[in-house]
Design a protein around this ligand. Sequence first.
Ligand code: FRU
Length: 478
Amino acid sequence: YSEVSTEPFRPQFHFTPKENWMNDPNGMVYYDGEYHLFYQYYPDGTEWGPMHWGHAISTDLVDWEEQDIKLYPDELGYIFSGSAVADHHNTAGFKTGEETPLVAIFTHHHEEKGQVQSLAYSNDKGRTWEKYEGNPVLPNPGIADFRDPKVSWHEQSEKWIMALAVKDVIHLYSSKDLKDWSLESEFGKGIGAKGGVWECPDLFELAGDDGQSKWVMFISINPGAPNGGSGTQYFTGDFDGITFTPEHQEEKWLDWGTDNYAGVTWANIPDKDGRTLFIGWMSNWDYANITPTQKWRSAMTIARELKLVRDGGENIVASLPVGEFYEMLEEVTSAESFDKDQTIALAGKKGFVISLKDISLGENESFKLVNESGENITIQFDNANQKVYLDRSQSGKVDFHEAFASVQEMPLRKKLYKINMDIVVDASSVEVFINEGMYVMTAQVFNTNPFTRFEVHLSENREGDSGMVRIYEAPAIR
Ligand code: FRU
């Protein structure tokens, strides 16, 4: 056990920097067997400050090795969010040796000069980085909010496409060389959740298990999320290399919990396994700066695989923890026959997963995690009103912000009389995945000691077979 693992609230298997402030995940790129994760980082304090890009590397998307800081602020400003790509065809001409250059495309933020887009590159598998001397590559057209470039290679038109958040719309640009960008189209006038600034867009093609695929646009918004503060909305549709055409007008939400923001997908995926991979920042701008951790602030979500799923005629983006995480779990207890209320004792570990399979529900059922101090989290299925509630109002430290204790709501597209549910618990979070990730809620939770009981409260009027609960111990990496 390292010293870090005994700190209060320190996650055991979610990425946190050893010290100081972190927000958005940035520049996620897969190259040569390594997953890179960069992130908004302030090395001189535990609150947001002049932004740098911190860096971590993993070969399995769960065990992250923190690296040194890769991008420091300069005369063009702070280093805000952005993306990275492996430039396999050396389109930008940055290649100097044997390795494929990794190119980062990020926002330079300057109080007076405004926000512009810039490049940096690495010829040694992301270990050292050089900023491009021609920065910025995309100057500011006179708009204050002009940021968070997400770049990907568009095979059909043989061009790079950049999605950029511009106030509360998205601009799509194209380029042959990552340096010279042309505006192709705009998305978002009169559509989607408004009332906050749009940030961290992502445009990518997503396949379902049946082989069909759709283009997906992610847009983070702050404030304006359904449970307050920040959240990530999305649209499914088509993209012809120029214009993104949504197939629906009303926004959908990737995650209904309060704490999954600014997440985007990994570049140069499909990786060896052909997956679309995602990670988000597990916090909310409403209270991100005042959560009760000490040496560091904020964790990332567990890395997730995204899939397109058809549900009652609608295309839904489902998300589940990556397979590598499931492979690390060790089963410790199981229980069958859920005909009535039951309590399962937990080992009192900080990190574990509760996996429920084929549980039949009636009109109102609830599941509860409780610790020795009576602190608890309740997940309630209200089929009568087609809602799921996540209640962290008595979960431990909640009084650092007035909104933190409020009950989070998620609407159901239909009543759910049979569910599978994985509850991923770490020292300061719960991530709830219902029906193979078709409904997701992620929330930070600051319980002051580990949960020791899992209570199942089931009503009488349920139909069908009872299911199975398995408890797994999760890896203690930190
Ligand atoms: C999103 C965000 C981005 C910005 C970064 C600054 O959380 O506001 O729009 O680039 O954080 O740290």
